[in-house]
Design a protein around this ligand. Structure first.
Ligand code: ADP
Ligand code: AMP
Length: 230
């Protein structure tokens, strides 16, 4: 019998603005590890005007969390067919983490590591208030730290970039408060399970990528996907 294929199933845990989406896209582009961003999925529902989107929008505009049952329905559909993935922005509550554990145990696809992005408050605010994103693909830029070649235009698809309506100073402060109150407890949750790996995410985008690659317990290879570390 052949050995099961190695998989990498990561959670990127960290406050809004920590760089989770940026790094997920780098790993997806370079190694084909699928990014599952619940924020992007919700924003797509909002743009498409679905019932779910209408309900979620009220919470998102206020910087609050969308209720757990909505989020669990959404994540279940995503995880079904794929083996290796990065969860970006999920879970955000202990209830979501517990439900995710159940879901993944039933699918035989447990989380392999949780990467915690450490960034201080002032840096988070600067990153979020200067963020520009492509609403079609979720790719993000920063007016100062990672500008597109032409202001307001995506380098890749040539379409317009936008500032998110929840990236205003007031809503950003609210989201950071919600993170501290409802999400930060997940550090303990995953530390107790021996899965938590903290990285300093203040460094440049390239250096943060290098820190992630140095801390994951497998080798991600452009040619052959996921390999065991010697
Ligand atoms: P998150 O997904 O955690 O909310 P993002 O990846 O969207 O965070 O990043 C927030 C903002 O910070 C974006 O404008 C992004 O371009 C910028 N950014 C991300 N990583 C870095 C970094 N290492 N250094 C400077 N700016 C960064
Ligand atoms: P993000 O793009 O990750 O910054 O998420 C944007 C917004 O979507 C959040 O402020 C929440 O309102 C909502 N959201 C995204 N992921 C979740 C989640 N796992 N649980 C609850 N709400 C979420």
């Amino acid at each position: 019998m052949s050995a099961p294929r190695l998989a990498v199933r990561l959670i990127f845990l960290g406050p809004p603005g920590a760089g989770k989406g940026t790094q997920s896209k780098v790993l997806e582009d370079r190694f084909g590890v699928f990014q599952i961003s619940t924020g992007d999925l919700l924003r797509k529902h909002v743009v498409d005007g679905t019932e779910l989107g209408k309900e979620a929008k009220t919470y998102m505009d206020a910087g609050a969390l969308v209720p757990d049952p909505i989020m669990m329905g959404m994540i279940g559909q995503q995880i079904g067919a794929i083996d290796s993935f990065i969860l970006d922005g999920f879970p955000r509550t202990v209830a979501q983490a517990e439900a995710l554990d159940d879901l993944l145990a039933r699918a035989g696809k447990p989380i392999t590591q949780v990467i915690q992005f450490g960034v201080n408050h002032d840096t988070l605010v600067r990153r979020l208030t200067g963020r520009w994103s492509n609403p079609r693909t979720g790719r993000v830029y920063h007016v100062e730290f990672n500008p597109p070649k032409v202001h307001g235009i995506d380098d890749e698809d040539g379409g317009p970039l936008m500032q998110r309506t929840d990236d205003t100073r007031d809503v950003v402060e609210k989201r950071l408060q919600i993170y501290a109150e409802q999400t930060a407890a997940l550090k303990d949750y995953y530390r107790r399970r021996g899965l938590l790996q903290r990285i300093d995410a203040h460094a440049s985008i390239e250096d943060v990528t290098a820190a992630i690659l140095g801390n994951v317990n497998v080798i991600l290879s452009e040619a052959s996907g996921v390999e065991a570390k010697p």
